[in-house]
Write a protein that binds this ligand. Structure first.
Ligand SMILES: Cc1cc2nc3c(=O)[nH]c(=O)nc-3n(C[C@H](O)[C@H](O)[C@H](O)COP(=O)(O)OP(=O)(O)OC[C@H]3O[C@@H](n4cnc5c(N)ncnc54)[C@H](O)[C@@H]3O)c2cc1C
Length: 421
């Protein structure tokens, strides 16, 4: 029998695929590794990430920053490449990183292009091949090898790494095909929804507040009990809400809809306050400065346009003074500021989602190798798996860590191991 064309075919030249190929070649230079991607210019998602600045990782990354499969599995994978090693790796390939608020690491260049170019340079330096414009149509296990049908011909490989991402931003090439391939190779898929997606609101104050951002806390109630609570900046938009707080909340709302649960979302516009503390401070203010108007009191805490919209929506005249505010009206105001109802009807979908929730079921993967438990020789890394991180560099860290686990296992399974230089 003729020998296969490749030792390792990595399908997908996103963060996870590029890192897997690089780490594998660093471990074992003799392995023939190629990365196949349907795009003629791979790495589009890296380029658009982090507002084109690429939030590469975060100072502290734990399983608690992720949703999806079992936390113990996520923890085990994350441990394979601690953040300090991610930072060192990028430094080594010419991308020094710096830390910003929220522990976010960005390249010193503040350009995601630097990250992509460095990964491609390193890929070439270690001798892995990039085959752009190779859209994979089918992967079949035939005896000891995989037969891979692509838009540019068929090839064979001893191992396949599925790094095809999920469904978010499909125009970058991640259109969910990987789920079909994984299913054909024996895997099951946890149903997917967008995650880190802006939320659409039926009607409300957002329409007049487009472009205004503010700190907030979002609470999601499922069957009247709080099931998710997210703090962060929320950006009002013409369609609803966006910004880190809304993006982080989206997956919780969408998963609840998927499960057919009854949900209600509220927003605290004064996230540091409780009902008692805010009510008491208004009572005190009314005593000390009774001539203050409601507009000036609320605008002291919120953007003036939000203050006006909230007062208007609750029929509280902006010019009314604190002295004129009845106890009942004061309580209406406090409730409006702490439990502003958001009539969420949907998210903006995969075209605007940063990541996909759901994916290949984690119990079907060996977390010490990222090897499929269903198909020998198959490995899965990155967003295709049932893992989604919150905003802040966590999804890339998942890509780097899962790539590190897979590369170590592939180097061991398909050849002798060379130490990292
Ligand atoms: C707008 C935006 C901003 C983001 N910002 C950040 C951020 O700052 N920090 C962060 O941590 N995360 C961020 N993310 C999330 C992060 O980019 C992803 O989680 C991560 O890129 C996933 O990497 P991946 O390699 O698993 O998949 P992908 O990056 O989706 O790569 C999959 C690759 O597979 C290829 N492919 C798919 N199907 C086939 C096929 N049949 N044949 C050949 N090739 C195929 C695709 O062309 C693609 O290149 C952002 C996402 C978006 C959309």
């Amino acid at each position: 029998m003729t020998s296969p064309d490749l030792d390792v075919a990595v399908v997908g030249a996103g963060a996870a695929g590029l890192a897997t190929a690089i780490f594998t070649k660093e471990r074992n230079a003799v392995l023939r590794v190629a990365v196949l991607d349907g795009a003629t210019k791979p790495g589009a998602k890296i380029l658009v990430s982090g507002g084109s600045r690429c939030n590469v990782t975060n100072t502290v990354v734990t399983e608690g920053d992720f949703n999806g499969g079992r936390p113990a599995i996520i923890r085990s994978v994350l441990r394979a490449l601690p953040v300090s090693e991610t930072v060192t790796f990028f430094q080594r390939i010419g991308v020094p990183l710096h830390e910003e608020p929220g522990g976010k690491y960005f390249p010193d260049s503040n350009q995601s292009r630097t990250v992509l170019e460095a990964l491609l340079r390193e890929l070439s330096r270690v001798g892995a091949e990039l085959r752009a414009g190779h859209r994979v149509h089918e992967i079949a296990r035939e005896g000891d090898v995989f037969r891979i049908a692509t838009s540019a011909g068929t090839l064979t490989a001893r191992a396949v790494v599925l790094a095809t991402g999920g469904l978010s931003l499909p125009k970058t090439g991640s259109d969910g095909w990987g789920y079909t391939a994984a299913t054909q190779l024996g895997h099951s898929i946890v149903p997917t929804t967008p995650a880190l997606a802006p939320l659409l609101i039926k009607e409300g104050v957002h329409e007049g507040l487009s472009g205004v951002a503010q700190p907030s806390r979002l609470d999601l109630r499922v069957d009247d009990a709080i099931s998710a609570r997210v703090s962060g900046s929320v950006l009002w938009t013409h369609f609803g809400i966006s910004g880190p707080g809304a993006l982080d909340m989206s997956r919780h709302w969408l998963r609840a809809q998927l499960a057919g649960q009854r949900t209600a979302m509220t927003m605290s516009l004064c996230p540091e306050e409780t009902f008692e503390s805010l009510d008491a401070s208004l009572v005190e203010l009314a005593r000390d400065r009774p001539r203050l108007t409601l507009q000036s009191v609320v605008a002291d805490r919120l953007p003036a346009s939000v203050a006006a919209a909230i007062l208007n929506a609750r029929d509280l005249p902006a010019g009314r003074t604190l002295a004129e505010l009845t106890r009942d009206a004061r309580r209406v105001l406090v409730r409006a500021l702490l439990e502003w109802p958001l009539a969420v009807v949907d998210s903006r979908g995969y075209n605007f989602a940063e990541v996909t929730a759901g994916g290949v079921a984690l119990p079907e993967i060996d977390p010490s190798s990222m090897a499929s438990r269903r198909c020998p020789g198959l490995y899965l890394v990155g967003e295709i798996l049932d893992v989604d991180g919150r905003i802040g560099g966590f999804n890339f860290q998942w890509a780097w860590s899962s790539a590190r686990v897979a590369s170590g296992a592939i180097a061991l399974a398909f050849g002798g191991v060379r130490q990292f230089s």
